[in-house]
Design a protein around this ligand. Structure first.
Ligand code: UDP
Length: 414
C-alpha cells in the first residue's frame, strides 16, 4: 500500500454560514449517491504547496459526507523528484530536452509505485499532477480514474507534454483549472474547475490586525511601517526576484517600505527551492527591510499555517508575481482576507482577479511598483479592492464549491 496521510472527518454543517442553502443541499444530495464509495486521492507530497493544502481539507469533508475517502502519497526515491520537477518546469513552458535516462527513471519509479497500489481497490482514483500520473500504465484495473493536473499548461514543452499526455489518455477524466489548459490531447476527457480555499483552516482564520502585527514584531517586522509580502515556494515561476525588483522600485517612493517573502522549505517534491532561495538571499542581503522566511525552525512553536495567515493579515499589499500559475491558492487566501493583490496576469490567476475591480495585474516590476505605491498611498482604494476580493472568493473559491464539483464528477463516473 502507499503511505497514507492521516485525516479526520469534517462536517459540511461547519461551512453552512459560508455558502448558500442551495449549494449546501446540492452537496448533501450528491453525497447521498456516493455514500460508502471509496475515493483514493494520490499526490506526491504530504505538505508544502497548493495540492497538499487542498487535500488537507477536501478529504476530511468527503469523509464527513460518508464517502470512504483517503489521501495517499507516492514514496520518494533517489533523484525521482529532481526529474519530476524538471518535467513540471517543462510543462509550464521551460526549454528541456527530456533525456532517455530521465524518462526511464520516471517509468521505473512509477512502476514501483504502481506495485504498491495493486491491492488497493477504490471505486474511483484521483491522481494529482504528473508525478504519479504514469502509474496508469502499470495497473490493469485502473478505472474509473481521474487525473487532476494543477499546473499551468498554457504552453507546455512539446516533448514532455507528449510523454505525459500519453498517460493522461488512460484516464476517464482530466481536470484542469482553466479552459486555456485544455490541449487537444485531452479535449475529450477534460473537465475545467478551479481549486478552492478552506475558510476554516488555521491559515484562513480572520485574525485581529493588532495580534497579527504583534506576532510579526517578534520577527523584527515593524508594524508601524508599510509591509508588502509574497507567500510562495522559492520557485522560478513564482518570480521572487521580480518581487524584490518591484519592492526596490516602490521603495524609492515609500522609503520605509518592508517586504516579507515567505516560502518555508518543506515540500519533498521540490528539490529546487534551496537553490532559488540562495539566489534570493543574495539579492536581498544588503537590505534590512527585506524579511525572508524559508527555515521552519525560525518559527519555534508557531505553526506555518498560522504564520502564513498572520503575514497575509498584516501586509498592506500581497504580491503574486508569478509568470505561470495553474491557480493561485495564495491569491485566494489573501483575497479572502480582504487584501489587495497585485499579480501576474497569467494562467489561473486570470480567473481569480478582475483587473482594477478585485485586484490588479502587473506585467512587469515597474507596473507592480506603481500599483504598490498607489495602494499604500490610498487606503480607501485598498479597502474597496479588498472588499470586492473577498466577495469573489466567497462566491467562487471556497472549498464547498470544489467539493460539489468533485461529487458531480463522481456521480457521472461511479
Ligand atoms: N504555503 C505555505 N507556506 C509557505 C508558502 C506557501 O503554507 O511558506 C502555502 C500557501 O499558503 C498556499 C500553498 O502553500 O496554500 C501554495 O499554493 P499555490 O497554489 O499558491 O502554489 P503552489 O505551491 O501549489 O504552486
Amino acid at each position: 500500500m502507499l503511505p497514507i496521510v492521516e485525516t479526520r472527518p469534517q462536517e459540511l454543517e461547519q461551512y453552512r454560514s459560508f455558502i448558500s442553502g442551495e449549494l449546501f443541499e446540492e452537496i448533501k444530495n450528491l453525497a447521498e449517491g456516493c455514500r460508502g464509495r471509496r475515493v483514493f486521492h494520490v499526490n506526491s507530497a504530504p505538505r508544502g504547496g497548493g495540492v497538499a493544502e487542498i487535500l488537507k481539507s477536501l478529504v476530511p469533508l468527503m469523509k464527513g459526507l460518508g464517502l470512504e475517502a483517503e489521501w495517499y502519497t507516492i514514496p520518494p526515491h533517489n533523484g525521482f523528484f529532481e526529474i519530476t520537477k524538471k518535467m513540471h518546469n517543462a510543462l509550464q513552458g521551460k526549454e528541456y530536452e527530456f533525456p532517455f535516462a530521465a524518462r526511464k527513471k520516471y517509468m521505473l519509479h512509477v512502476a514501483r509505485t504502481a506495485e504498491l497500489m495493486r491491492e488497493m481497490k477504490p471505486d474511483v482514483w484521483v491522481i494529482h499532477d504528473p508525478q504519479p500520473a504514469g502509474v496508469a500504465m502499470f495497473l490493469p484495473q485502473f478505472y474509473p480514474s481521474i487525473s487532476r493536473i494543477h499546473i499551468d499548461l498554457t504552453s507546455p514543452n512539446h516533448e514532455v507534454w507528449e510523454f505525459v499526455s500519453s498517460f493522461l489518455a488512460s484516464y476517464d477524466k482530466v481536470i484542469v483549472s482553466s479552459p486555456e489548459f485544455v490541449k487537444k490531447e485531452i479535449k475529450d476527457s477534460a473537465v475545467v474547475f478551479q481549486p478552492a480555499i478552506d475558510p476554516l483552516s488555521a491559515k484562513n482564520q480572520l485574525l485581529p490586525l493588532e495580534s497579527a502585527n504583534e506576532t510579526l514584531r517578534s520577527f523584527g517586522i515593524n508594524p508601524d511601517k508599510p509591509l508588502i509580502a509574497q507567500i510562495s515556494r522559492f520557485d522560478p515561476w513564482k518570480n521572487p526576484l521580480g518581487v524584490i525588483e518591484a519592492y526596490q522600485l516602490a521603495k524609492k517612493k515609500i522609503p520605509d517600505l518592508q517586504l516579507a517573502l515567505v516560502g518555508f522549505i518543506v515540500a519533498q517534491d521540490d528539490p529546487e527551492a534551496e537553490r532559488i532561495y540562495r539566489r534570493v538571499r543574495k539579492k536581498a542581503e544588503k537590505d534590512p527591510d527585506i524579511f525572508l522566511f524559508a527555515d521552519i525552525t525560525k518559527l519555534g512553536s508557531l505553526a506555518i499555517d498560522v504564520f502564513v495567515g498572520t503575514v497575509q493579515t498584516a501586509a498592506d499589499v500581497i504580491l503574486q508575481k508569478s509568470v505561470r500559475e495553474g491557480f493561485g491558492m495564495t491569491v485566494a487566501e489573501a483575497m479572502w482576507k480582504e487584501k489587495p493583490v497585485v499579480a501576474g496576469e497569467v494562467g489561473g490567476i486570470k480567473l481569480q482577479i478582475e483587473d482594477g475591480k478585485n485586484g490588479f495585474f502587473a506585467s512587469n516590476s515597474k507596473e507592480a511598483a506603481s500599483r504598490i505605491v498607489e495602494l499604500i498611498e490610498n487606503p480607501d482604494l485598498a479597502k474597496k479592492i479588498g472588499e470586492a476580493a473577498k466577495t469573489t472568493v466567497r462566491e467562487k473559491f471556497l472549498i464547498p464549491r470544489l467539493l460539489r464539483d468533485y461529487l458531480r464528477l463522481f456521480k457521472e463516473l461511479v
